[in-house]
Design a binder for this molecule. Structure first.
Ligand SMILES: [Zn+2]
Length: 437
């Protein structure tokens, strides 16, 4: 007996081919059955079908967020000249007032849910922001962030503080986020990798985000550290005049790359570096709209696709993105990929996967059924009120999905319902009609 049956013109399970005129039956927090409406097994027929004209997808996976900065939305609507220019604006706003991180994170989670996201890869800088995802009925990983630590500060309390933080009671899976390898000394990064490994938890970091980053790893050029003032001269790579390695090779040399790490941005990588990421099974969460606001180059989206990377998508925070609507980033990725010459017919399918199963794999949550609609899997789904031409349902999702999520279900519960009353009556009539003899 299902508690609820959702139906739509299309169901895109991601784990299998799209289905026309199909339904998803939910029992508690699990999917009990999915398939064409015409094949609905008898045991589910007593329940009215909650029908929406549109497309049902798995709950989306936002593979890179900082929900605590949801109050910084004035920044995300701006335009900057690069990572350093944006960092100055960010720091000024950060210092301007006392922020309520917990409240902002809760608002951010709500905005994500309202646009179809049910799984978040969330970076926690301030402890007050912790717990917002679970409180909103969503899933994901909260990566506790470690930022700006030299060997000295790390051994003088930094490490101890993190160990204590990791031991605090959590409402959701915990991970570690070494913010970026340029503001953490190499032995700090290696230690974080070891701490994560010994606890069986995952890592998430920013890599290839700043145009100045590579020069730091190669030659110790401290330009990327300019917001840290005098502290920058203390960094190991500045004193050693670099490692002679490019960004990805350097991250690999300190143990950061691997299947349990996914990175955000991945903008400034040549083919060699992308190949290394792929060999290490390190997934990339592309954040195209955040990159555009910050003023970064466009990520090599077409190359990631044609070289066979299993990509994911992230919005980043409202401090650098105009919204937390993941489908807007999916649309931006399609535009960039085509502009960069990607002509394969799998573009739409790959991008829908990136926003769902690709993200779930980046978080190690695909094995539990996240990022897909499968029987027995978590009842996380989103419904988009969009028109599909012919059978190009994935293309319609990519091109029209932004702003069109009308219903989100997370762990079997309706967490967002934007359908208006009139369509509710219409839906009800439809289900009654269908059950009339
Ligand atoms: Zn970020």
């Amino acid at each position: 007996m299902a508690n609820r049956i959702y139906g739509a013109d299309w169901v895109v399970p991601v784990a299998s081919e799209p289905l026309r005129d199909a339904v998803v039956a939910v029992e508690g927090s699990r999917i009990a059955w999915l398939g064409p409406e015409a094949k609905l097994p008898p045991q589910f027929r007593a329940v009215d079908i909650d029908w929406t004209d549109g497309v049902i997808t798995p709950g989306l996976v936002n593979a890179h967020t900082h929900l605590q900065y949801s109050g910084f939305n004035a920044l995300g609507r701006g335009q900057y000249r690069g990572f350093e220019d944006w960092s100055v604006a960010f720091e000024a706003l950060y210092d301007r007032e006392t922020w309520e991180w917990g409240r902002a994170a809760a608002q951010g989670a709500k905005l994500g849910l309202a646009t179809g996201t049910t799984v978040f890869s969330e970076i926690i800088t301030s402890d007050e922001a912790r717990g917002a995802i679970a409180a909103a009925q969503a899933s994901g990983i909260e990566y506790l962030e470690v930022i700006a630590e030299t060997t000295r500060s790390w051994t003088n309390g930094g490490r101890e503080e993190l160990i204590k933080w990791l031991g605090d009671k959590a409402t959701i899976t915990t991970g570690i986020s070494p913010h970026a390898p340029y503001n953490l000394d190499p032995c700090v990064v290696s230690d974080l990798v070891e701490l994560a490994r010994s606890r069986g938890i995952r890592l998430h970091t920013h890599l290839g985000e700043s145009a100045l980053e590579e020069a730091f790893y190669l030659t110790g050029d401290p330009a990327v550290l300019f917001i840290y003032g005098d502290l920058r001269d203390e960094y190991h790579l500045v004193r050693q005049k670099g490692s002679g390695l490019k960004t990805a090779a350097y991250a690999d040399s300190v143990g950061l790359l691997g299947e349990c790490t996914h990175i955000a941005h991945g903008v400034y990588f040549d083919k060699c570096q992308r190949d290394l990421l792929r060999q290490r099974k390190t997934r990339v969460a592309l954040c195209p709209r955040s990159n555009a606001v910050i003023g970064l180059a466009e990520a090599p989206v077409a190359a990631y696709l044609s070289e066979g990377h299993d990509i994911a998508v992230g919005t980043d925070s409202l401090a650098s993105a105009p919204s937390l609507d993941l489908m807007a980033d999916v649309k931006a990725l399609a535009e960039i990929a085509r502009k960069q010459g990607y002509r394969e017919g799998d573009l739409w399918t790959r991008l829908v996967q990136a926003a769902t199963s690709g993200g779930a794999r980046a978080l190690g949550m695909a094995k539990r059924g996240y990022g897909a609609l499968i029987e027995g899997g978590p009842a996380d789904l989103a419904i988009f009120a969009i028109d599909v031409t012919g059978d190009e349902v994935e293309r319609a999702l990519v091109e029209q999905g932004e702003g069109r999520c009308v219903l989100t279900v997370a762990q079997g519960r309706v967490v967002h319902d934007g359908r208006d009353k009139a369509s509710e009556i219409e839906r009800h009539v439809r289900s009654q009609d269908q059950q009339a003899p």
